[in-house]
Design a protein. Structure first.
Length: 246
């Protein structure tokens, strides 16, 4: 039978994710694990290319990434994985087993992404739920392991109570907080994992969420706040040109 990785390389992206997710936790066992991890690594390589392409195009158009606070302090839009990224992924895989392979591959290969900022031709881009994925927290000097350890300890204190939500590995502010507006809780991966891919909330897969973002040029939000306008003609089309499906 053709491997999932070979099928993925041949362009069967959606079909491969459907079949790998259907394996559930079996994906972590022989004979599937090596093949599934190869797919996750290839996904991350494609995502890294998309991120670098988007950041280059946005920067060339005058976009400046900035923090989501009153000062809008400029900051990098992309931090490649640090030297400590593999160790962080190793720790997460051990601490939160079973840990989604796609998330581990992102940490090792893609790094932190922050497309919140100011675009000279599209001031309202901040309202369009710009792509943010930060697991290392590189802009703050790292320390993500300590942060997640603290969050895990707090969650465990309440874990035996009725109605406690699953533990969530936060990686982005929600759409409103990205725009410095009071909103809901952050986006995150529910743990322990359920298979090769991670769940963002109860129904959305991590890779599907990324594909939605890349298909929209990094700005997938449908938020219609007062004053919101669509991007100028041609801007989104220029951003999405030749981006890869994960």
């Amino acid at each position: 039978m053709t491997s999932h990785f070979a099928r993925y390389q041949a362009g069967e992206h959606d079909g491969v994710w459907h079949d790998l997710r259907a394996l559930g936790l079996t994906a972590f066992d022989a004979p599937y694990r090596e093949d599934a991890e190869a797919v996750a690594r290839e996904m991350a390589a494609r995502a890294r290319r998309n991120v670098e392409t988007l950041v280059d195009r946005l920067t060339a158009d005058g976009f400046v990434a900035a923090r989501n606070d009153d000062d809008a302090t400029p900051r990098p839009a992309h931090f490649p994985p640090s030297d400590g990224a593999p160790a962080l992924a190793d720790w997460m895989e051990a601490q939160f087993a079973p840990f989604p392979m796609t998330v581990a591959a992102w940490i090792r290969q893609v790094g932190d992404v922050w497309l919140v900022g100011e675009h000279p031709r599209w001031p309202e881009s901040v309202l369009a739920d710009p792509l943010v994925v930060e697991f290392e927290h590189s802009v703050y000097g790292g320390g993500s392991r300590e942060y997640y350890e603290g969050e895990w300890e707090l969650w465990q204190e309440d874990a035996d109570q009725d109605g406690v939500s699953p533990f969530q590995l936060d990686y982005a502010p929600d759409a409103l907080h990205k725009a410095n507006i009071s909103g809901d809780g952050p986006y995150g991966i529910e743990l322990p994992g359920v298979g090769v891919d991670g769940l963002v909330g109860p129904t959305t897969w991590f890779v599907d969420d990324l594909n939605t973002a890349f298909a929209a040029g990094g700005f997938p939000g449908a938020l219609r706040a007062e004053g919101y306008v669509d991007p100028p003609a041609g801007l989104r089309e220029a951003l999405v040109r030749d981006l890869l499906r994960l």
